[in-house]
Design a protein around this ligand. Structure first.
Ligand SMILES: [Fe+2]
Length: 810
């Protein structure tokens, strides 16, 4: 295939003036490519809008570069560099396994044997494997000894193999933890092989084996360690792997399950018994250092294994009791690591060019390195120039929802989810990026996807090409831009309307806290800032409480708990984000019981709502429904006439349809919608100033966290909570929040060259929110006691009209 021959990424999302950003490019085919740094202004190719717009930037890095191919060595594993102690004559290998894809289809992308505990390469060495038929297999040099019994998927098994070089005796054990009636008994395989182990100078590997040493191969340089190519990436969990340097008896193997005893004193040996301590080569304890990328070896040689591509930790072990749900409180029950053959934490490519952003003259904006070839290949590597804290250059700032971009990074739902057509009420239309990613699983999926073995992806790295964070990319859900390219609708509008603004990313606010935002008069969000760190929500809360102004431009925000994995801190900020989908919320997969706590920070994952941070408390509204067929529009409510907020509607007639046009679904109210709900955190003085109540189809459904049992009437044609509410409330010290409550909303801004009533409304709000000093005080009559439960659940429009004694709309 000759598409997507250019892909790339940068080492940073946000770069400060004066700092350097590095770019990594895979140019697979063309001899050379051209680089231009551009300001990216619009990314939507919809012919009803302004089309793709960029602005070339004079940059020292612009020019033509020699092309070279770079590949991603995906799939997670652990390794220990070669060492003499691994060069055993006899051995015992043992571990617990919970495989998820022990037998794969011959057309599976990585069909073949999977390594468990190996010191083996190219028919030299020894190791425990699952072979391509899904059976446990011991390898000694070129010899294969198998049980011939398939290993059950999603079930714990104890596995062990012994080899006595003196006698040639071999025993291979395969012991399911749970035995069902009618399961055949699996006897240990005993055989004899007179052979001397030939030791290759390769690393010991966990969940993989070394395919070859290729120090001269340029494509092997992006493997870790560089020049060592691993294969046989295992799918599933491993717990308590051990290597001993003699053939243990079955009873000794049982004792060795306990592993090494940490700490040598006069009362303890390093092994379960004094005698067993002498034969330990390695005894890894995966329950130690769960928040790190190192597997602790508690044996005498301290062969700590380096983890590559961030497998899942904090996973329930073979001994999980079901009594503890937090790995921090019972680490001994969390001795499993879950490996996947499509994990990726860093493409580890070599840098092709780098740009030092000048100290002055380059505004804080959305940028990209535009890569092109003479043959028409094209890719963009997005980044943002972000001022240093204290060196803000504008009163307005756009908070770029980069955690949400990472959550959706390289999303495969359209290609992989059963029923994607039902979801969107049409045939999903793919982009070339979707096709490319389907063929290149090593580029990794999004947090909406499942791994190739069906388990949920909870880790996303930005050190890889992320083909969904691109201009000109339409998403199957919207059949329009989504996330990054959708947020460019807002950027195009800010540029067209002549506003000056800064940008910063979720990373910046997470790490810098309030200092990052406190000098701005107003913060503007993206269209769908769904995934957030706790530090970010803290900063936003402190900001609005101190008089800051927040314009929430979309919907379904502040929904999922995210954390950046601390194991990547030395590579920079925010490299890897983690999110676990737990017991509620709209989930494309569900974490297994006992696996709700993040491996990086140890915090409880899932929805912020179930951590006691209701979505509606951040900006006044919260997610209530979603649907992906067509968008609708908003109507003003009588609340919009309240003098506390009437200024926002200057120049807009009361009966105007607000946003019955737009580039996303044809209207301003669509895709995902938020509503006011004082019982879920909306401040009791929130004014719902416009609503789309009653204007959505049966494709729009109430969110599942809002109901306890299934019933008819949950869709947009019947349920009163299926609607979007545009809402305003004041915050203390002259601050305020305006929430526009629809993901499609920003798609209406560019309509008719930005001359429309959505544009007018947003301009009115932004002009007021960006003013210096506190917002004008509300009238004295607005100051009064309000209960939170004193809430009429009927649609806001009806409620307001009832309160004013007006007739209800037809
Ligand atoms: Fe979302």
């Amino acid at each position: 295939m000759s598409y997507m021959r250019l892909t790339g990424y940068a080492d940073k999302f946000g770069v400060h003036p004066g700092d350097t950003i590095k770019f990594y490019v895979n140019c697979n085919g063309p001899a050379e490519y051209k680089v231009e740094i551009v300001q990216i202004i619009n990314g939507d190719t919809n012919p009803r809008g302004p089309g793709y717009i960029d602005k070339p930037i004079e940059a020292s890095v612009n020019g033509t570069y020699k092309g070279r191919a770079q590949i991603i060595h995906g799939g997670s594993y652990g390794y220990v560099p070669d060492a003499k102690a691994f060069h055993v004559e006899s051995f015992t290998l043992q571990c617990w396994i919970w495989p998820t894809a022990p037998k794969t289809h011959p057309r599976y992308w990585k069909h073949g044997a999977q390594g468990l505990v190996t010191k083996w390469s190219e028919d030299c060495g020894y190791g425990l494997f699952i072979n391509e038929d899904g059976c446990l297999e011991l390898r000694i040099n070129e010899h294969r000894i198998t049980t011939g019994v398939p290993v059950r998927d999603h079930a714990w098994h104890f596995c062990a193999a012994t080899f006595d070089a003196a006698t040639g005796d071999i025993v291979l054990y395969h012991e399911p933890q749970v035995v069902y009636a009618l399961d055949p008994e699996i006897a240990p395989v005993e055989t004899n092989l007179k052979v001397a182990i030939a030791h290759a100078p390769v690393p010991a590997a966990l969940a993989a084996y070394v395919e070859k040493l290729a120090p001269e191969d340029p494509l092997a340089r992006s493997s870790k360690p560089a020049g060592v190519v691993f294969a046989g990436k295992y799918n599933g969990k491993i717990d308590s792997p051990r290597i001993c340097n003699r053939a243990l008896s079955r009873a000794e193997i049982e004792m060795m399950k306990a592993g090494a005893q940490p700490g040598l004193t006069e009362r303890r040996n390093s092994g379960p018994t004094g005698k067993l301590s002498e034969c330990i080569v390695a005894a890894w304890n995966f329950s130690s250092g769960i928040d790190t990328l190192v597997c602790k070896d508690e044996g005498p040689y301290r062969f700590d294994a380096i983890l590559v591509n961030c497998p899942n930790r904090g996973m329930t072990g073979y001994n999980w009791s079901g009594q503890n749900f937090d790995w921090k409180h019972a680490p001994q029950e969390y001795g499993a690591i879950s490996f996947h053959d499509d994990d990726v934490d860093d493409a580890r490519w070599f840098s092709d060019f780098e740009w030092t952003v000048p100290e002055t003259g380059v505004k804080s904006r959305f940028y990209g390195a535009k890569l092109t070839t003479a043959d028409g290949d094209e890719d963009f590597i997005p980044f943002w120039v972000v001022p240093r804290v204290g060196q803000e250059t504008a009163k307005i700032a756009v908070m770029v929802p980069t955690i949400s971009y990472m959550a959706y990074a390289n999303e495969h739902v359209a290609c992989n989810a059963g029923g994607a057509e039902l979801f969107v009420y049409r045939v999903p239309i793919m982009q070339e990026q979707n096709m490319f990613l389907s063929e290149h699983r090593e580029y990794g999926g999004s947090i909406y996807d499942t791994h190739t073995d069906g388990t949920g992806i909870s880790i996303s790295s930005r050190l890889r090409p992320i083909l969904s964070i691109r201009p000109k990319y339409d998403h199957f859900l919207a059949q329009a831009p989504w996330q990054y390219p959708a947020d460019l609708h807002l950027i195009y509008w800010l540029e067209t309307m002549g506003y000056d603004y800064d940008v910063f990313t979720d990373e910046d606010i997470t790490y810098d806290g309030l200092a990052r935002i406190e000098n701005y008069n107003v913060i503007i969000t993206g269209s769908h800032p769904e995934h957030n760190s706790g530090a970010q929500l803290d900063a936003l809360h402190n900001y609005t409480q101190r008089g800051g102004r927040l314009m929430y431009m979309g919907a379904d925000a502040w929904y999922w708990v995210h954390s950046y994995h601390p194991g990547y801190a030395e590579k920079g900020r925010g490299i890897v984000t983690e999110m676990r989908r737990c017991e509620s919320g709209i989930r494309t997969w569900r974490a297994d019981p006992g696996e709700y706590y993040h491996q990086g920070t140890g915090e409880l994952g899932g929805m912020w709502r179930f951590r006691g941070r209701y979505l509606h408390s951040v900006a006044g509204v919260g997610m209530s429904s979603e649907g992906f067929d067509v968008s609708s529009y908003f109507s003003r409510t009588p609340d919009s006439l309240d003098e506390r907020v009437a200024w926002a509607f200057e120049g807009i007639g009361y009966d105007e349809k607000l946003g019955n046009f737009g580039l996303v679904g044809g209207g301003a109210a669509g895709l995902e919608l938020d509503i006011v709900d004082t019982m879920l955190g909306s401040p009791p003085h929130t004014l719902a100033v416009a609503t789309s109540a009653g204007r959505h189809t049966e494709a729009y459904l109430l969110v599942m966290e809002d109901f306890g049992f299934n019933q008819q009437g949950l869709d947009g044609t019947t349920h009163p909570r299926v609607r979007g509410d545009i809402a305003f409330h004041e915050t203390p010290n002259g601050g305020g929040c305006f929430a526009f409550s629809s993901i499609a909303f920003c798609g209406s801004l560019p309509w008719n060259n930005c001359d429309n009533n959505i544009s007018r409304l947003v301009k009115n709000v932004l002009d007021r929110f960006s003013m210096d000093g506190p917002l004008p005080a509300p009238p004295a009559s607005a100051i009064k006691h309000r209960g939170r439960a004193d809430y009429d659940p009927s649609p806001i429009e009806h409620q307001s009209r009832k309160a004013r004694g007006e007739p209800l709309p037809a």
